[in-house]
Design a protein around this ligand. Sequence first.
Ligand code: TMP
Length: 209
Amino acid sequence: MKKKGIFIIFEGPDRSGKSTQAKLLVKWLKEKKYKIVLTREPGGTKLSENIRKILLDTHSNISSLSELLLYEAARAQHTSDIIMPALKKGKVVISDRFTLASIAYQGYGRQLPIKTVETLNKIATAGLKPDITIVLNIPDRVFNERERLVEKFLGADRIESASSNFRKRVNKAYKILSNKPGVIKINAVNSIEAIHAEIIKKIEHKFSH
Ligand code: TMP
């Protein structure tokens, strides 16, 4: 059966405000009487949430390849059990992260071959592609200020407490990836409300019936 719903992804570096924006979009769509599933990666199913705990545990010693495979395992279960069934029912599925995160974090960040990440993304999702991908980029000024205060952020979780160079590569990756055709690029410099309004303006044509 073909999917009937709409699949929307929010992406961006850690603390780019994407989760807040995902929730605001849910509210907007609910007011328009759409049936919504809000979910996240890694997560969304019991197995994927358990994998999330392992991945974010600061005590886990995980190689880059194992890390990628764990994200993909979580994604495979999430796609087959939550995302695809909801899309087949015609729902709007909004996911806080999806395949692009593995390109940014494991490809650019951990420096695994991008081709490998793309191949595994395709296998884990059975080729499912989002209809809308919104990338929130952190302005350089904010990113640099944060790097100066990095001690305060260290220890939040295993990925967030990776090296500064890793974070820089991920941040840069999202800037590159947000220029891909079809991706909605948002410079997350404005207020929460202004960013929400900008997102709505860019996607409302998809919800005009
Ligand atoms: P979150 O904080 O956005 O919920 O995501 C959890 C962490 O996992 C975040 O630091 C980004 C990271 N991540 C990856 O490294 N690769 C992935 O494929 C995904 C989905 C998330």
